[in-house]
Structures are given as C-alpha cells and as structure tokens.
Design a protein around this ligand. Structure first.
Ligand code: ADP
Ligand code: MG
Ligand code: ZN
Length: 509
C-alpha cells in the first residue's frame, strides 16, 4: 500500500418510508406476503400509467435541502432500459438528464477532530426493483414484486473520500438526516440504506484519477471497512506487479472477506436513457421550496448547541441526547411537560422560592439528561434496542421525575421503576401506590426497622463500632430494604447514625 493514495466516491441508495409506492397507489411495506402489494403500474402491464407520489417528492426535496445543493426547479424522469426478472417493465424510471438535486456538500468529522467537506455530485429519485429469491433445492427462482416501485433516493458524491473512516462518518451523517427528516430508518442490514463504494488508487501527489472498481453488496459498516481494506490491497498488488485495474463491478463476499468480479464495466453500458414519456416534468414553484424549508427539523449540531446553551448540558450529554431523534424528543417533551406542571405527582415548584424559573429548568434538564444518558442508554445496549424502541412516554417519565424531585420516592425506587418502564406501559404514580413505594414519614416504623437491623446485622455493627465507617452504608441499605424502600433515606441515615453513636457511647462507659 505504500505511496498509494486511496480515492473513493459513493453512490448511496435510500429507501423512502412513504405510505405508498413512488408511481402507484400500492402500499409501501416491508416483509409482507409476496406479491400482495402490486398493481398494473408496478407490474409493468401494458397501458398502465405512473403518477408521481407527492410524498416521495417532498422527501427528496427535504433531503436535498439537508445536502445543501441546488434543488432543480425543473427536474424530469428518464427511462433506464435493461432487462432483469425482478423488473417487469424492462426499464427503471430514474432521473438522468435533470435530477432533483445538483451539487451539495456534507461536513463530516474526521478521526483527528477536523471537519472535512464531502461534495455531492447530484441526487435523483427512482423506483426500486423487485426481489429475487433463488432456491437451489427446488431449482427455481422466485420473484416478489412488493418492493418494485418503492421510492429510492440515490445520492452520488464526488470522489472525495480518502479512507474508510470518512466513508462511515458520511454514511452516518446521511442516516442521521434520513432519521431526523423522518423519511427512512436508514438501516443498512435491512437494505433501507445501501452504499456502493467506487475505489481507485493513485500515486501520492498525482492529480489524475486511477481506474476504479465499484463494490456492491455492502450491508454493514464492518463490511464496508473490510471491503475497502481488501480492495485497496488487491489493487496495489496488481499495480505493483505492473498490471492494470479493470473497470468492473465487484461483489463483496462477507464470509471470505474478499471482493469478486460481478460484471465488467469495460464498455459503458448502453442503457439508452431517454425522457420518460408517461410522466410530466416536475416543476417546483418557489412557494413549494419555502414550505419545505419551513418543515426542516433542527439537526443534532444546532440542537446540541441549544441544549448546552439553554439547559447547561455538557457536550457529551448533548451529543448522546441528539444522536437519534427519538432520544431528543423524549428529552424535550419530558422536560416540557414537567416544566408545564403537567406531570402528575406532588408539585414542588411553588415551594422553591428564591429559585428562578431558569435555574429550576436547568436543574430539571440535568436530571432528565442524567437519567437518559445513564440508565436509558445502558438499557438500550443491554436489550439491543434502537432508540425509540421503548415504551417510555414523556408523560410517564415526567411523572416519575416529579415524584423523585418531590421526595415522594427514593432514588433507587425511581431507577427501578424507570427500568421497568422500558418495556412495559407503566404509570409511575399508580405503580408506586400499588407497590407501596411511597416514602413514609412514620418515625415509629422507621425506628422499628433500624432496631431490627441493628439486631440482625451484628457483624456490621461491630465493624462500625471498631472504626470501619463504611459498614454504615451496608446498614443503611438493610434499613431501606426492611422498610421496603419506603423510608426517607436522609431520615433513615440520621436515625441509624444516632443509634450507632448511642451504642458506642454505651460501650465506652
Ligand atoms: P457510474 O454511474 O457508472 O457508476 P459515475 O460517474 O456516476 O459512474 O460515478 C460513480 C461514483 O464513482 C461517484 O461517486 C464518483 O465520485 C466515483 N468515481 C468516479 N471516478 C472515480 C475514480 N477514478 N476513483 C474513485 N471513485 C470514482
Ligand atoms: Mg455506479
Ligand atoms: Zn403498484
């Protein structure tokens, strides 16, 4: 690999999660019985006419705005002619001459913390093909047209990538855009986002580009890394041996970790593109673009900066909370409900005299952030769940936070309930009442619990009395357990220490 520079460009396909397909009224769903969502248009029956789905158009324009390119006010569709059994029309409807987006740029953070700009060449809309399943046992190939006509966006970059980290940072950014725009879940392993990597080598310092190969079938970030490493090494060996790279499409094989020739691209394939005669050109009035601009969400960078400014969160907290829109909205909505006093449970805010609303909000924001960045992220990892795949509602979380703040439940109770809320619909107040978890101020009960613990935990008591102060923590835990978590920990601690001091005094006299 020495003295070669890797040059890469990407073609990224994003499957849009519109309700209907791009050119017909068929439902756009995933994993349904084969050939149930089909109609004359997507089956390519003669005489059927396509009509552009406005929802798909709006997804494309908003993604175009996120990519900061020039939205084409007059884009068109073209036919790309080729035969394949999963494509009954024998052509794909795509945009070749006048794509919806020209140019653009995406900033990515590189490993060393610098910002690099990746230029976008263009983005176009097109329809997806069906799916072929090969059954070697029965010696048949089955075709499912449910996916035929699912709307796709194809983003084509300039050859601006120099290493795998940049490629992955870019794909993560595109996925983030898709998630925040609500246009796709961007899952590589389910095919809702697919990336082809074009890769060539050139001698360090050289200006002209080398001959590239295109790699397909990359359905995880790990595959992308492996494929890039393997293909760069392969090309270097060919060049070092005095050979030349063939312009070809290669398929990455997960099991062997190698790329294999799929088809040669030696002569540019003749798709005989021509304007699609069945669809009108897409004219976008300024009014429409403005409307789309107004619908743009606040993306993580801006959102994170606002969290730091308005709520005093740390950089790390802001990053964790904004990485996924489901996390950000749970945070914002919880805080909003809590602040608006809509959370159930005893209210404390009027008892906070001398504490301005701003400080109270910051304190609460910190508390919600702490719960989410700690427990919630831990639970997601533990349960291998994506953000949003939880049953926690802002209403329930606000109620829980409120009860804890008001001193109605202990921190431990709050954490236990929160963990349960992850996959069960729990109303914290109801749950606390049913399970008798409210902190009681009943001093008689507390004293009885402390006495009981002092009696049963002889070892810890003598440890404490002989100077091992840490033993008090264990004893306090026992007291809390004895009271079923209903004691006020501060009160319990005070009483416990008082009783221990009395014993000590008794012993020395
Ligand atoms: P095609 O449609 O045949 O795949 P494009 O011209 O649309 O070809 O280019 C596809 C991708 O390949 C783009 O992302 C582009 O940046 C990238 N690319 C083009 N030439 C090279 C090269 N020599 N080395 C690496 N990437 C390249
Ligand atoms: Mg290509
Ligand atoms: Zn259809």
């Amino acid at each position: 690999m020495n003295n070669y520079e890797i040059v890469m460009g990407l073609e990224v396909h994003i499957e849009l999660a519109t309700r209907r397909k791009i050119f017909c009224r068929c439902k756009n769903t995933f994993a349904e019985a084969a050939n149930t969502n089909v109609c004359p248009v997507c089956l390519g029956l003669p005489g059927a006419l396509p009509v552009l789905n406005p929802e798909a158009l709006s997804c494309a324009v908003r993604m175009g705005l996120a990519l900061q390119g020039e939205i084409n006010r007059n884009s068109r569709f073209d036919r790309k002619n080729y035969f394949y059994p999963d494509n009954a029309t024998a052509y794909q409807i795509t945009q070749f001459y006048e794509p919806i987006l020209k140019g653009g740029q995406v900033e990515v953070q590189t490993e060393n913390g610098e910002t690099k700009v990746i230029r976008i060449h263009e983005m176009h809309m097109e329809d997806d093909a069906g799916k072929l399943t090969h059954d070697p046992e029965m010696q048949v190939s089955l075709v499912d047209f449910n996916r035929k006509g699912v709307p796709l966006l194809e983003i084509v970059t300039e050859p601006d990538f120099r290493n795998a980290d940049e490629v992955i940072a870019f794909l993560e950014k595109i996925r983030m855009f898709a998630l925040y725009l609500g246009i796709s879940d961007g899952k590589l392993h389910e095919g809702s986002m697919r990336a082809d990597v074009n890769l060539s080598l050139r001698k360090e310092g050289e200006e002209t580009l080398g001959v590239r190969t295109e790699m397909k079938n990359l359905n995880s970030f790990a595959s992308i890394r492996h494929a890039i490493a393997y293909e760069a090494e392969r090309q270097a060996q060919v060049l070092n041996a005095g050979g030349r790279i063939r312009f070809e499409t290669r398929r990455f094989d997960e099991t062997s970790g190698t790329t294999k020739v799929m088809r040669t691209k030696e002569e540019v394939m003749d798709y005989r593109y021509f304007p699609e005669p069945d669809l009108l050109p897409v004219h976008l009035p300024e009014e429409y673009i403005r409307k789309m601009e107004e619908q743009m969400p606040e993306f993580p960078q801006a959102k994170g900066a606002r969290y730091r400014r308005e709520f005093g969160l740390t950089e790390e907290e802001a990053q964790i909370l904004t990485r996924h829109p489901a996390t950000a909205s749970l945070f914002e909505e919880t805080l909003q409900l809590w602040q608006a006093g809509k959370a159930g449970g005893p209210n404390t805010s009027d008892g906070n005299e001398g504490c301005s609303e701003g400080t109270e909000m910051k304190r609460r924001a910190k508390a919600v952030a702490a719960r989410m960045c700690g427990d919630l992220m831990y639970l997601c990892r533990e349960k291998k769940a994506d953000p949003g795949q939880w049953k926690i509602t802002p209403e329930a979380l606000a109620e829980l936070m409120q009860m804890q703040e008001a001193g109605a439940i202990t921190a431990k109770t709050a954490r236990d309930i929160f963990a349960r809320m992850f996959d069960k619909n729990i109303e914290p107040m109801v749950y606390v009442n049913e399970n008798h978890l409210l902190i009681t101020k009943d001093e008689g009960a507390l004293e009885a619990a402390v006495d009981a613990v002092l009696k049963t935990q002889e070892k810890s008591v003598s440890d404490y009395l002989s100077g091992k102060e840490k033993a008090a923590g264990h004893l306090l835990g026992c007291v809390m357990k004895e009271t079923n978590g209903q004691a006020d920990p501060a009160q319990a601690r005070q009483l416990l220490l008082k009783k221990l001091a009395e014993r000590k005094a008794g012993e020395t006299t």
